[in-house]
Design a protein around this ligand. Structure first.
Ligand code: AMP
Length: 490
């Protein structure tokens, strides 16, 4: 199949050719004709499959007719993070070289004034994170009644981040007759419900996840002792010994580990940057840009910070921790081997991680090969016995060096709760239940780190869960109980 068979305009086809693409990816081949036929589309695909072009290319073709009016965007794309929004904007720049499209970005961390001026002039494409969009709407600076096409991208990540109530609000604010394109990597029940509510007779396009990762990525497991310093030693040996390593993303399960591993690699004079949800926007952008431009070779990242980012041509992925969620494994290794290139993904496994490993192998439907000695069943059972013997609810000690994975108590608990993947990305609302979210504590506050408190777990209000750091959190206590007590002698 070639791009000329999809119904795209000549100008768009020329831009695609200039971008160097010769053949549409499966999601593009399947989705584009339906988008052009104005059908709603439910695309089940993760990043790396070419899904962004699957909606930007037909959108640009469709936008050739008609023109934008002040404050009334013609199309709206919702993205969960600023980075993803910026990435989609880049796509419009790349594929829209032969057009005079007006594209605006409504994301946190950018001044309202500039965004507002652009809206006033009229935009063809508005790319927004949900919170910033609602802020503009509530200020009366934006009308959504002219939206002909709505794209909801990375919907399952929106769910992780607690954005679904905002998405529902926005869906009700755009005309009922609009066309909707909805992309998600997975279909949890909440997402299923939203698609049933807001998509009209959609065409379902599914790109198989296993096939999209397995073919070009060499996956290996490497055993390590469970102590932090042992894992760091293992990691260094892997990085130093890796064949044709151009650059690598190193994934950790927790942001505290991102910081520790980053510092350690820096100390050992590796070229390294870090990326996690608590960093402010300029630090995140700087880290990403340095990595993309090849100025730093290694990027230590957490799942939430890295999910969905398109960093082309990453030669290696190292899982410093075996991920807690099998799905995260697929997302992580999908950072390499993109767009048909070859990649290597190596996962460090300790005897404690064998259960997690089984879940991953079950999900991807194949065993992963060990590089070197495997962890035996006896070692795994021994680790299990040790954990049980160590007592405690989680079987893990807390505090101090040499503990399993060096985790802090707060993080360890928050990681095992209902929304573990997003926990670190939402410092100001970590335990706020998405459904109970109010304007005052809306999730996108997390997109404005400059205004956020640094260690805000104790500030969570209205939470149904116990706070992650119970010692520090007194917000649930009546004030009179917190007053100092003076004891008088008899
Ligand atoms: P995405 O899934 O949208 O994040 O895209 C993943 C990567 O694939 C991006 O770097 C795109 O530039 C690239 N890409 C998109 N479409 C094609 C195509 N038809 N052929 C080759 N590469 C593509």
């Amino acid at each position: 199949m070639s791009f000329s068979e999809l119904g795209l305009s000549a100008k768009v086809q020329a831009a695609v050719a200039a971008a160097g693409y010769t053949e549409p990816t499966p999601i593009q081949a399947q989705a584009i004709p339906h988008v052009l036929a104005r059908r709603d589309v439910l695309g089940i695909a993760q990043t790396g499959t070419g899904k962004t072009a699957a909606f930007t290319l037909p959108m640009i073709t469709m936008l050739e007719e008609g023109r934008a009016r002040a404050r009334m965007p013609r199309t709206l794309i919702l993205e969960p993070t600023r980075e993803l929004a910026a990435q989609v904007e880049d796509n419009f720049v790349k594929y829209g070289v032969n057009h005079k499209l007006s594209v605006a970005l409504l994301i946190g961390g950018v001044s309202f004034g500039d965004q507002d001026a652009k809206l006033t002039r009229g935009v063809d494409v508005l790319i927004a994170t949900p919170g910033r969009l609602l802020d503009h709407f509530e200020r009366g600076r934006l009308l959504l009644t002219g939206v002909e096409l709505l794209v909801i991208d990375e919907a399952d990540r929106m769910l992780d981040m607690g954005f679904i109530p905002d998405i529902e609000r926005i869906c009700k604010m755009v005309p009922f007759t609009r066309q909707t394109l909805f992309f998600t990597a997975t279909m949890p029940p909440e997402i299923q419900r939203i698609t049933e509510q807001f998509l009209h007779n959609p065409i379902k396009v599914e790109v198989s996840r296993a096939a999209s990762t397995a073919t070009t990525i060499t996956q290996r497991l490497v055993r390590s002792g469970k102590k932090d310093f042992e894992k760091r030693d293992t990691l260094r040996a892997l990085v130093r010994g890796a064949d044709s390593l151009k650059n690598a993303i190193i994934f950790c399960n927790r942001k505290s580990e991102v910081a520790t591993v980053y510092k350690s690699l820096q100390k050992h004079e590796f070229s390294v940057a870090a990326l996690h949800g608590d960093m402010d926007q300029s630090a995140r952008t700087a880290a990403l840009t340095a990595f993309r431009d090849g100025k730093t070779q290694l990027l230590v990242a957490s799942d939430v910070a890295a999910r969905g980012l398109d960093i082309p041509d990453v030669s290696h992925v190292f899982n410093y921790d075996t991920p807690h969620h099998a799905e995260d494994y697929v997302h992580r290794i999908g950072r390499t081997g993109r767009a048909g290139r070859l990649g290597t993904a190596i996962t460090i496994v300790t005897p404690e991680d064998t259960k997690l490993l089984s879940a991953i192998e079950k999900l991807i439907g194949q065993p992963i090969e060990w590089a070197g000695d495997a962890i035996s069943d006896e070692e795994a059972s021994e680790a299990k016995r040790e954990r049980r013997g160590a007592g405690g609810r989680s079987g893990r000690s807390s505090g101090g060096r040499g503990e399993p994975r060096g985790e802090s108590r707060g993080e360890a608990r928050s990681e095992t709760r209902a929304e573990p993947r997003a926990a670190e990305e939402r410092p100001a609302r970590r335990s706020a239940e998405p459904r109970a979210t109010t304007r005052a504590e809306r999730p996108e506050r997390a997109e404005r780190p400059a205004r956020q408190p640094e260690a805000p777990v104790s500030r969570d209000r209205g939470s149904a869960r116990p706070p992650a750091s119970e010692e520090a959190d007194m917000s649930h206590m009546p004030q009179f109980l917190l007053r100092p007590v003076t004891y008088r002698g008899k």
